[in-house]
Write a protein of this length. Structure first.
Length: 300
């Protein structure tokens, strides 16, 4: 009998703790709801309406008409293709270069702390600052660092951000330069935790360096690689500030990925309904890619 009141007392105390935890969490949940869920709902509603501030008399609910219009919009397909190229190239380059640098730095017994601090610097810079830095100091014609190097090598001067054939390569280089250190730091930390006895056994079995890398290192760091790929892919799909600061999406539409196309449509051409539909499509693509990558990671 005395145990019943104690059980009831513990149950009451647990309920009070849950209510107290909910009271502490409620303000943050409310702010999160107001800043994320409500704008997403409004975005979805706007995408189903025709809202063009250039022609304010033409407005109203149009359903999926904005989405159907994308099928005959060559600019949409061009921006989607540029998004695929931009995302694929930047993610592959970041993983390959980051892993290569991590393997190299791992062989350096001293000075790794300094290298880690130096690698953090590009990450902490705002993307718009990175875009302006590359536009004015690195890729500027005649006076940029890259242009000085190409002229010294006898390759001539180039308008890296003004040439449609070079502009996309340039913005890929900008994104890769800023975010490769992230892949480098994650993979370096993962490599440092690998068991050395496995490699010692492989050396005793006369396994070559390439065999040790392909049969031991890659399988062991595969979860870290998958996580880096997922995170970098999400960032690349939503890239905006660095490209906008460097090229503004130009010249013409040479670097106009889907995110910039949605921005230009909404705030330059003032077609808010169609711009919202483009943003919804980008959100759907991002969610679909995230779901697929997480499923792939779980199966692996």
């Amino acid at each position: 009998m005395p145990s019943v009141p104690r059980a009831l007392q513990r149950d009451t105390l647990a309920r009070q703790e849950r209510r107290f935890a909910l009271a502490l969490l409620a303000p943050a949940l409310l702010v999160l709801l107001l800043t994320t869920t409500v704008p997403l709902v409004y975005l979805a509603w706007t995408s189903l309406n025709q809202i063009n501030l250039g022609m304010p008399w033409l407005k109203g609910f149009v359903g999926v008409a904005n989405f159907l219009a994308m099928g005959a919009d060559p600019r949409f397909w061009n921006s989607l293709w540029l998004t695929v190229i931009y995302t694929g190239c930047t993610v592959v380059l970041q993983v390959v270069i980051g892993l290569s640098l991590a393997l190299l730095v791992l062989q350096i017994p001293r000075g790794q702390a300094i290298l880690r601090v130096g690698a953090i610097l590009p990450i902490v810079l705002a993307p718009v600052v990175v875009g302006l830095f590359w536009r004015t100091l690195v890729l500027s014609p005649d006076v940029g660092l890259v242009d000085l190097a190409t002229r010294a090598l006898g390759l001539g001067s180039h308008n890296w951000l003004g040439d449609p054939q070079l502009a996309l390569i340039s913005v890929i280089a900008i994104h890769t330069w800023q975010w490769t250190p992230f892949a480098f730091l994650v993979l370096l930390a993962t490599l440092a935790t690998l068991p050395p006895d496995v490699y010692e056994a492989a050396r005793l079995d006369r396994a070559s360096a390439w065999q040790r890398f392909t049969h031991i290192t890659l399988p062991l760091i595969r979860p870290a690689i998958m996580m880096v790929v997922i995170m970098r892919m999400m960032t690349a799909l939503s890239a905006f500030a660095a490209i906008f600061a460097a090229t503004g999406g130009g010249p013409g539409s040479a670097t106009e990925i889907l995110n910039l196309y949605a921005y230009r449509t909404s705030f330059t051409e003032l077609n808010l309904g169609y711009g919202a539909a483009l943003a919804v499509v980008l959100l759907a693509i991002t969610l679909a890619v995230s779901f697929f990558m997480f499923r792939l990671r779980r199966k692996a």
